[in-house]
Ligand binder design. Structure first.
Ligand code: UD1
Length: 427
């Protein structure tokens, strides 16, 4: 297995191009199921999860073609066409590797009148149930059956009527599944306490470009007027706000300055606020976001929350940064249980972090020390890279498949701004 080797202590300086957003891409791709016409997505990040999703779409009989990108370019263009769907089953071996496969349930049901998806099973960052996905799809008129580890959604004869659902908990994925189902229902649907993440807005914008009728985009009350059919579209995936925030933390921990090219500050206000509270200079520019850290970092107290709150997907990276603050920070994780797997690894690098239930107290230290580390989820792995960039000596980050799921050519991007980082084979 590959690993990344970082010689810490290099100040980052320069420009990092921000890729298309993984979590937006993973909900835009299944929209290809909603039409017989071609869907072209531009600025798709080159990531293992996107390859996995492409594979899943091929399994349904959907054609996918990659065009117009040279190996040295970041991002790529994919055209998907679901002229005929030959299977409406998402099998266990694909769903197991990629939890976002559950996002085919709604659009497959809407197009075919039925869909069968393997239950995703446990996940390293907590239990992650799919009950809300099923409840909202039921509220739109489907019948749900469970058998042999699979969930099957079936529309009544004459199609799904649409309906009303109020989410008891804000769920990004369940809101996405609901939207992709409701657009092709016979009648009107209303979603209350819907997720408002920028990736949801990106999904709504694509659906509207395909002919959907949606009101309340970007709010927690969304009304969808079903239409009989959708058409194809060409759409640009939004920039990745979590990737941008991660590189902001990477630059700041080295006392560096970077331009995050293509990042949109309006998508990441809570992250920007947290960085500013930590004493980091953050400034919007015409072509991205400029981040500069000089002097001491300050401690921060915050809780993760659904958008527009501070993203759970930024918690580990901010924690790595706060390891070098002067004083004690308090971070509370409210979205997922068991999302502190990076803590013991950061502590092995000389951090002083205590956890109590959902709260972590990060006592700033004068220095971090390089070590061999590994993490069991994507953002936790990134926090170890960030710590490694500031640590004295060498850090080796193992189990790179997590990073490859979510950071497009991480080592190349960090090397562009002066990090001493390389990927080597073998473990
Ligand atoms: C998405 C993101 C993930 C991010 C998360 C929260 C993608 C591919 N992944 O995940 O990176 O960390 O949003 O911003 O976009 N819940 C239930 N029942 C359900 C669904 C969710 O109880 O049916 C709970 C979850 O356990 C969690 C909370 O709701 O406590 C939020 O989860 P959700 O927003 O659904 O996360 P994902 O869509 O899985």
């Amino acid at each position: 297995m590959d690993k990344i080797i970082i010689e810490g202590g290099k100040r980052l300086s320069g420009t990092i191009p921000v890729s298309g957003a993984k979590n937006a891409a993973l909900t835009l791709l299944p929209c290809a199921l909603l039409t017989e016409e071609p869907l072209t997505l531009r600025n798709l990040p080159r990531l293992a999860d996107i390859d996995g999703f492409q594979h899943l779409m091929n399994q349904f009989g959907i054609s996918t073609a990659i065009a117009g990108s040279r190996p040295e370019d970041f991002g790529r263009v994919m055209t998907l066409q679901a002229t005929r769907i030959t299977s409406s089953v998402a099998p266990y071996d694909l769903v197991r590797k990629m939890r976002a496969s559950i996002l085919v349930l709604g659009p497959m049901l809407a197009r075919m009148g039925e869909a069968t998806v393997s239950l995703p099973g446990g996940c390293a960052i907590g239990n992650r149930p799919i009950d809300l996905h099923l409840k909202v799809i039921e509220a739109l008129g489907a019948t749900i059956e469970m058998a042999a580890g699979y969930v099957r959604a079936i529309a009544p004869d004459g199609g799904l009527p649409g309906g009303r659902y109020s989410f008891p908990v804000v769920s990004v994925g369940a809101t996405e599944n609901a939207l992709m189902t409701a657009v092709l229902c016979n009648g009107k649907s209303t979603l209350h306490n819907a997720a408002r993440e920028p990736e949801i807005v990106d999904l709504c914008n694509l659906l509207v470009a395909m002919g959907a009728q949606i009101e309340g985009i970007g709010t927690s009350d969304i009304t969808i007027h079903g239409v009989p059919r959708l058409h194809g579209a060409t759409y640009m995936v939004m920039p990745d706000r979590i990737e941008a925030g991660s590189y902001a933390c990477a630059a700041a921990i080295t006392g560096g300055e970077v331009l995050l090219k293509g990042a949109r500050i309006e998508d990441m206000e809570a992250t920007v606020q947290a960085l500013r509270d930590a004493g980091v200079h953050v400034e919007p520019k015409a072509d991205g976001i400029y981040v500069a850290a000089e002097g001491k970092l300050k401690p921060v107290t915050l809780s993760t929350a659904p958008y527009p709150g501070f993203a759970t997907d930024m918690q580990a990276q901010l924690m790595a940064l706060l390891c070098r603050a002067e004083g004690s920070s308090v971070l509370t994780e409210t979205i997922f249980e068991n999302r502190y797997m990076h803590v013991p690894e950061l502590n092995r690098m000389g951090a002083r972090i205590e956890t109590k239930g959902r709260t972590a107290i990060v006592h700033g230290v004068d220095k971090l020390a390089g070590a061999d580390v590994m993490a069991t989820d994507l953002r936790a792995s990134m926090s170890l890279v960030i710590a490694g960039l500031a640590a004295e000596g060498q850090t080796q980050v193992h189990r790179l498949y997590h990073l490859d799921r979510g950071y497009e050519r991480l080592e190349e991007k960090l090397a562009l701004v002066g990090a001493q980082i390389e990927r080597v084979g073998g473990d």
